[in-house]
Design a protein around this ligand. Sequence first.
Ligand code: FES
Ligand SMILES: [Fe+2]
Length: 431
Amino acid sequence: MDIQALVEPDRVHRTVYTDSEIFEREMTHIFERIWVYCGHETQVPNPGDYHTVRIGRQPMIMVRDRSGEIHVLHNRCPHRGVQLCGNTHGNTGRSFVCSYHAWSFHLDGSLKTIPLGEEAYRGTRMNKSNPDCRMKAAARVANYRGFIFASLAADGPSLEEFLGEARVAFDDMCDRSPEGKVTVVPVCHRVIQHSNWKFFMENQLDALHPSVTHQSTGVAATRVEKAIAEKEGSAPLHYHMLSTFASSFEMWDKVQTLNFPHGHGILKAYMGLRPQDPDTRAYEALLAKAYGRKRMEEYLSRSIHHVLVYPYLSVQSPLQQLRCLRPLGPDKTLSEIWHFRLDGAPEAIYRRSLWYYNLVNSPATMINADDLENWTKGQWGLESEGGDWVSFHRHFGTDTREGDVTLSTHGTSEVVMRNQFDAWVRYMTQD
Ligand code: FES
Ligand SMILES: [Fe+2]
């Protein structure tokens, strides 16, 4: 497979979005090697709590054991292969018990009991010291500020090296809490997108599309926001969450993107998220008490709209949102949409996050729905024989470089996609 021939500096061949052999290679060379987000530690607060999660093509279980440690295990019985957890989440008690022949396993995946004892296996290679008798564990598990990641590869960069500059996604989210941590809201919207996972990742930092794709919503929200402001002096922040999508091309072109190694990136802030209402002032007082004014200012003035952890996470840290992709096929992608509470922050601040979750990221919103339609139509277009190449020429050659960061001189530059494909080629061509 000549990967390099499919990706040129300014365009890529359509098959990288449509070909099933390429998809399989993405699974083996990218998703089943890199650090993949499994969930937040607060999703499994008690011993026996588990969440099932997909890493590449592998069904896995994230579980907390009785000592408090979190494990990530293959969801497969070592006896004859039956999946051990059929639910998305729950509490398994003190052990996993297989529904077929009742082999049971400790919460770290090691074998606990076999019906009628191990006698029946005497003289065979199946005994407790054989690793084939346990639920296989992910090669590596690591925690960054409460966010749990696993890698199926024994070697490779550490989690912190992999995240690189994108670590700020989690720092920014946690630093906004007076206690320095967040708690997951245990409701996850799940959407199946009928398009390749790359559409989502490219779209996250695509500043040219919002005022087109989201025009109808943005314009309508602007009208209502204005009417309320005229009547009552100001409109609640959630109108702004929608009206801002209708900003002009010129405004979007001024929003900068930062493009990091490994395909990660940041779309800088463009929404005003620091209104001076009593709720915000009370919240800021708590932060100032916890960290001092100087650090609070530093935390609240980071310029972030989204942080992308390539190739599967979009984190909107100022509003505590996280979207995670689980690719299912070249034209099928599961996205999990989560949001978080800032520990120790007032309820009103959480309500803001909830508004955004429901207004922008939920499958029922007019924002997400418009994006989904574009990506489906994009998939159809790329599956057709109407042309072979996908163009990423916009502002090609005009971006500036500082060390290993590429900064867009125009917010609408397609440097975002060029940078993502740079990482993609590296992953896909490594041994
Ligand atoms: S398949 Fe699990 S106990 Fe037999
Ligand atoms: Fe969009």
